[in-house]
Design a protein around this ligand. Structure first.
Ligand code: ZN
Ligand code: ZN
Length: 337
């Protein structure tokens, strides 16, 4: 359940700010997430104040905070300040992919396609050394964004575009070249209703990924109860049995939900592991009962916002996320799972 109206975003921001007071050690990701909700609610001024507050507190990811602040400032008329932040980030050349992506997309959003392209290319050059077979999950959006901007600029494919195409086709049914076809924009001016409907459906699916991009770099996470925790949870709160018929089914659900999200183009997925005492403490802090199943998604997003999500999928040969000790591909990552 993701909030949708401005009021939902404001109350979610307030909730995250309260949680940040409760867990000062996780303050940075919580404040960033709260600021993202304030942006989605249209309160860019207040988001900007939060970013400034973070920057004044020596954040762990200063370039990420600066990039988010730059994107936010440019949206409400502070272009010069935004540009100054962007220049600083680009010359610092951070090893963190997220600020690069945000800066390049900000330039793209303001029709500075050449500058955006330069920025994506600088980032990929820095973060994807030649000959590296495995593309880190966080670097993939840089390849995708670069592909998009190069299509808009009418550049021919290069090696990185080919790589972007291959990575995308492993995850989605719509080829990247179709998704990034500049002609799609012209079709919006078409008077053929079928063509227009098809175009709108496609734009919607892309808009979905823009929305999830707004919550970047926070993972969209799924909740995982290890078996002893689930047993304890259901013994204390049998009302939740309908949510979790068996532990095996719970594990299967987790993998299936994450694969569904991945196939619809949701990037940055993760798993958060739950424990009964922290869930009960969360319920108490929300003034609610742990037996209320509506709390589960809130608990999940709060843990993810506190930086407790582990990225999914694991590498093929890494141990499975479920804790079986078996390799992911032999366990829940198998084709026949
Ligand atoms: Zn392509
Ligand atoms: Zn497993």
């Amino acid at each position: 359940m993701r909030p949708d109206t401005p009021a939902d975003h404001i109350s979610e921001a307030e909730r995250l700010l309260r949680t940040a007071t409760q867990y000062p050690e996780d303050g940075e990701p919580l404040l960033l997430q709260a600021a993202a909700h304030l942006e989605l609610a249209g309160d860019r001024e207040r988001a900007s104040t939060l970013y400034d507050r973070l920057l004044a507190s020596a954040p762990e990811r200063p370039f990420l905070v600066k990039a988010l602040q730059a994107a936010n400032l440019w949206e409400f008329g502070h272009e010069a300040e935004a540009r100054a932040l962007i220049t600083g980030i680009r010359s610092a050349a951070p090893a963190d992919p997220a600020p690069w992506e945000i800066v390049a997309e900000t330039l793209e959003a303001h029709d500075e396609l050449d500058a955006s392209h330069e920025c994506f290319t600088a980032a990929v050059t820095l973060l994807l050394p030649p000959g590296d077979e495995e593309v880190p999950y966080e670097v993939q959006p840089l390849l995708t964004g670069r592909h998009r901007v190069r299509r808009l600029l009418g550049h021919a494919h290069d090696g990185w575009d080919g790589l972007a195409d291959r990575l995308h086709s492993a995850q989605s049914a719509i080829p990247l070249d179709e998704l990034h076809d500049p002609k799609r924009l012209w079709a919006l001016g078409s008077d053929n209703p079928a063509e227009l409907r098809a175009e709108i459906a496609r734009l919607r699916s892309e808009l979905g990924s823009y929305r999830s991009a707004l919550s970047r770099p926070f993972p969209v996470a799924v909740l995982h109860w290890p078996e002893p925790e689930l047993t304890e949870l259901l013994a204390a709160h049998p009302e939740l049995e309908s949510e979790y018929p068996t532990h095996a089914a719970h594990l299967t659900d987790i993998e299936a939900s994450l694969r569904d999200l991945a196939s619809t183009g949701t990037a940055n997925l993760g798993i958060v592991t739950a424990a009964v005492p922290s869930y009960e403490a969360f319920a108490a802090s929300e003034g609610s009962s742990p037996a209320d199943a509506d709390l589960l998604p809130q608990f999940t997003t709060t843990l993810a916002a506190r930086g407790h999500a582990v990225a999914w999928p694991p590498h093929r040969t890494a141990p499975c996320w479920c804790g079986s000790g078996t390799g992911y591909r032999e366990c829940h990552g198998g084709a026949d799972f």
